[in-house]
Design a protein around this ligand. Structure first.
Ligand SMILES: Cc1ncc(COP(=O)(O)O)c(C=O)c1O
Length: 361
């Protein structure tokens, strides 16, 4: 019988499902579990966003504004660019899909790093594209190698900056050197899901490059704005690129509560500042404690930390879960000895360290 799908679909691995906290608690007979696994904002959504959502629930019988008119207007004002250069999506994940749908045909190549955000590989493969994957160097994108891997078939390059799961960044000098080597017809996607957390002054902000050439900057309301559950992100690029992406999206891809919440969150700078502060304090605390335990980690520019457990990460992940602390094992990224933990509230970070001590010491 003819196969239902081509091999490139059959060989895909579904994104691994995670157990809800309630399930973990029931299984282990515990209470008060904390989740430091998905790089979410431990402070929750901006209170202003919550208010905006509450006051709009009675309009849910209406379709959303398919053009995200007011949100685009607000973002455009913030970024100092025309509205026509912005696209909104059902999370920035959807925009990755739109980019692949619009610009990559079966057999075309996409260049990316590994370990980096795993979703690029899945989407490119699902479209029949070829993933050209370059290993990280010192936990950082090896832009020299990535530029060298570009061929006549390359349509897209993905750069995760800061990178997930390592928290590292590529710096301005190396990024600009890389861009000089990229041919005119290759689209460079800079995934900046965590850019608000970056403190390194050598960080190349994607907005400084969107006028240069075929650059797309991807951003999200899922991280610093604490709106992951609503699914909303955006892309900024040339009008020409955005026009192509608009043609391949669904008419109402961003729901109405996400739109009003995102607008309110943009107006809550206090929440953003507090989120940045809690994160940098949390990272300093974790660095100090891990140093004290003799565990090494990759210094992070994001809201998570990759830690070398010097042993089977999956086992330690399971032991931590029994103690009510959910983190992320890294087997999917071939980093079997590592765990990635999201920086939490001060009491959550403390709880993680105490649980970790109980497991490894
Ligand atoms: C690097 C990176 N890009 C994009 C995303 C997805 O963001 P969104 O929730 O906007 O789809 C994530 C989520 O973890 C991420 O780590």
């Amino acid at each position: 019988m003819k196969p239902l799908v081509p091999d490139y679909i059959a060989n895909l691995t579904a994104y691994p499902p995670r157990k809800p906290i309630e399930e973990v608690e029931r299984e282990y007979g515990i209470k008060g579990t904390i989740k430091l696994a998905s790089n979410e904002n431990p402070l929750g959504p901006s209170p202003k966003a919550i208010e905006a959502i509450k006051s709009h629930v009675s309009t849910l019988h209406r379709y959303p504004d398919g053009s995200c008119y007011y949100l685009k207007e607000k973002l455009a004002g913030r970024l100092g660019i025309p509205k026509s250069r912005i696209i909104l999506g059902n999370g920035s994940n959807e925009i990755i899909e739109l980019i692949v749908r619009a610009f990559l045909r079966a057999g075309d190549e996409a260049v990316m790093a590994h370990p980096a955000f795993i979703v690029y590989q899945m989407i490119v493969q699902a479209a029949g594209g070829k993933n050209v994957i370059l290993p990280l160097k010192n936990f950082t994108h090896d832009l020299e190698a990535m530029a060298g891997a570009i061929t006549g078939k390359t349509r897209l390059v993905f750069i995760t900056n800061p990178n997930n799961p390592t928290g590292t960044i590529v710096k301005r000098v190396e990024f600009e050197r890389f861009m000089k080597r990229v041919p005119e017809d290759v689209i460079v996607v800079i995934d900046e899901a965590y850019f608000e957390y970056v403190s390194d002054p050598e960080y190349p902000n994607g907005m400084d490059y969107i006028n240069d050439r075929l650059v797309v900057s991807l951003r999200t309301f899922s991280k610093i704005y604490g709106l992951a559950g609503l699914r909303i992100g955006y892309g900024v690029a040339s009008e020409e690129i955005i026009n192509c992406l608009e043609k391949v999206r669904q008419p109402f891809n961003v729901n109405s509560l996400a739109q009003v919440a995102a607008m309110a969150a943009l107006d809550d700078q206090g929440h953003v500042d507090k989120s940045v502060r809690i994160n940098s304090d949390g990272l300093s605390y974790l660095y100090g404690k891990l140093d004290g335990m003799g565990l090494s980690y990759v210094t992070s520019q994001a809201n998570f930390l990759l830690i070398d457990m010097k042993g089977d990460g999956t086992k330690i992940y399971q032991e931590l879960m029994k103690k009510g602390v959910i983190v992320r094992p890294m087997g999917i990224y071939n980093l079997n000895n590592y765990l990635r933990i999201t920086v939490g509230l001060p009491e959550e970070n403390k709880r993680f360290i105490e649980a970790l001590k109980g497991v490894v010491e």
